[in-house]
Ligand binder design. Structure first.
Ligand code: SF4
Ligand code: SF4
Length: 295
């Protein structure tokens, strides 16, 4: 077990949401921490308010019907106790951000995990892009691994795969698994869809698979927009190089939460998803996980 005197329990993360129970963010029952900030800018993003950190422009303050937002010392302050969750502030924000973030220290999160530990199999850190707060992630997972009462909890990361090889090397000793998105096959398609190419994403998938830390690859199917169907032979040839136990999970593009151009795109129907998955299964020779809802 790790020595706790090497851990910075005061290290803080900027968090947009915490779910104390989820069964779709890794194996078993998990507490999920969503970190604020992302380095992709996906047209299809269903949580665009998690992309940027708040710049305290105060444009959203007057929109709040409950007085939960105020300006103090040139910073927008959010009072959770007064918030009704109407999301008017998010709708009005011009910066793809939210005033509703909180700063949690590793110590505070350990207390929360300790309260819920009997109902949990693990902890997943998601985003935004979780690995942008790498130093916080490392300290949090070190602290979980060093705590005897929490030693049964597995530590997973949900990521867009953009972290450098060196960055993953810092996390690898403390994580048990990862879920990585592969949103397009061709580099140019990926660049158009998310604002960055996919070479790094694929290097990440290869690195994590080689260390037996790749739990799941997620494929987002957007009919007529991305190339996962038109490039299905090359895609499956690549997926077949990964260990057989790696889960291939399919996500169906929907409009929920999406803003801008993505709202003009067709949603992925269950029928379209079944057609895509049938072709994948025929080429992979194993099952893939389908979405449970299409809304
Ligand atoms: S969601 Fe935003 S606008 Fe709505 S009550 Fe909460 S802080 Fe105010
Ligand atoms: S959440 Fe958006 S609108 Fe509100 S202060 Fe921050 S950047 Fe400005």
């Amino acid at each position: 077990m790790l020595q706790s005197d090497t851990i910075n329990f005061d290290k803080k993360g900027i968090i947009s949401k915490i779910l104390t129970f989820s069964c779709v963010d890794g194996p078993g029952n998990r507490l999920v921490i969503f970190l604020q900030g992302c380095n992709f800018d996906c047209i299809s993003c269903h949580n665009p308010h998690t992309i940027n950190h708040c710049d305290h422009c105060a444009d959203c303050v007057a929109s709040c019907p409950t007085g939960a937002l105020t300006v103090e010392n040139n910073k927008v302050k959010w009072r959770q106790a007064l918030c009704s969750g109407c999301d008017k502030c998010i709708d009005i924000c011009p910066s793809k951000s939210t005033p509703k973030t909180s700063s949690y220290s590793v110590r505070q999160l350990l207390e929360l995990l300790t309260q819920h530990r009997h109902f949990l199999n693990g902890i997943t850190v998601s985003g935004g892009e979780s690995t942008l707060q790498l130093a916080f992630l490392v300290e949090l997972f070190k602290a979980v691994k060093a705590n005897a009462a929490l030693s049964h909890l597995s530590c997973y990361v949900d990521s867009n795969g953009s972290l450098s090889e060196q960055g993953w090397n810092k996390l690898l000793p403390y994580i048990d698994g990862t879920m990585i998105d592969l949103k397009a096959w061709q580099n140019a398609t990926h660049l158009w869809l998310v604002g960055r190419g996919n070479h790094r994403v694929m290097q990440t998938i290869n690195q994590l698979a080689a260390h037996n830390k790749l739990y799941e690859v997620r494929l987002l199917y957007i009919p007529g927009k991305t190339d996962l169907l038109s490039e299905i032979d090359a895609l499956c040839e690549y997926l077949n190089t990964l260990p057989q136990q790696v889960i291939i999970r399919l996500n169906a593009f929907q409009h929920h939460g999406v803003i801008g151009e993505g709202l003009t795109w067709d949603k992925c129907s269950e029928q379209q998803m079944l057609m895509f998955s049938k072709k994948l299964v025929a080429r992979l020779g194993r099952e893939v996980l389908l979405p449970s809802v299409y809304t």
